[in-house]
Design a protein around this ligand. Structure first.
Ligand code: SF4
Length: 227
């Protein structure tokens, strides 16, 4: 059943904002507290994952990760994160640290905006047999750890579970409903203008969709003909 709708412009940031609005609204209106939230990669940004994990909503969402490399060299995923020691460990077993000593220059420490840079020692990388596979064009390997990386890891760990596979099948079902809204109920093109008009049309279409569903769950009793 569709329990809420919120029309937004077709901008990712606005769509993410509408998710927060709807989650708050269904909690206030219906006392609904979802344990998990299923969505596609567009909702797998660090900030959205962080927001959900903070609110104890399990993100069943593919992580939007741009750290992959197309040149065949090792990406961040090939390095092991050691939260206790605040360091990465490379495939050769060497450590990449954020700070190795106290610098007087604050720019050498953690970077701004919740991001942090972890570096391997130049001498170690220069002598490493895997340098070509790791950082062929740099003196030493460095890795940027994004803000909300812990929440991303939560989502990555969830993605390995059986429950996640079930969630992805459920997502396909919901996407079919959206396709039905567009193709059969004509929501592919809006007739009313402005955000209020869009919201009204979404609301009506969602109501029609729910009525269809209810009609399937509770079919009308068969009329028996009197002889
Ligand atoms: S180049 Fe450096 S970071 Fe990369 S695998 Fe070798 S020692 Fe580790």
């Amino acid at each position: 059943m569709i329990v809420d709708v919120e029309a937004t412009r077709s901008i990712r940031q606005a769509e993410l904002g509408s998710t927060k609005t709807m989650l708050d609204r269904v909690r206030t209106r219906f006392d609904l507290h979802p344990e998990r939230l299923i969505a596609d990669t567009a909702y797998g940004t660090g900030s959205m994952l962080g927001w959900r994990v903070d609110r104890k909503i399990a993100p069943h969402i593919p992580v939007l990760d741009k750290s992959g490399r197309s040149d065949g060299t090792w990406s961040r995923a090939d390095f092991e994160w050691d939260a206790e020691k605040d360091q990465y460990v490379c495939p050769e077993g060497q450590t990449l640290k954020q700070i190795r000593r106290n610098y007087s220059d604050p720019n050498r420490g953690p970077t701004n905006g919740g991001r942090a840079k972890y570096r391997a020692l130049k001498l170690t990388c220069q002598a490493c047999p895997s340098k070509q596979k790791c950082c062929p064009n740099a003196d030493a390997r460095s890795i940027t750890r994004e803000e909300h990386e812990d929440a991303r890891q939560v989502a990555r760990d969830i993605a390995k579970t059986k429950q996640y596979d079930i969630s992805m099948k459920l997502r396909k079902k919901v996407e079919m409903l959206v396709t039905h809204l567009k193709r059969v109920l004509g929501l592919g093109r809006l007739r009313l203008r402005g955000p209020c008009g869009a919201n009204d049309e979404f609301l009506l279409a969602a109501t029609a969709q729910n009525l269809r569903k209810l009609a399937k769950i509770f079919p009308a009793p068969q009329q028996t003909r009197q002889a």
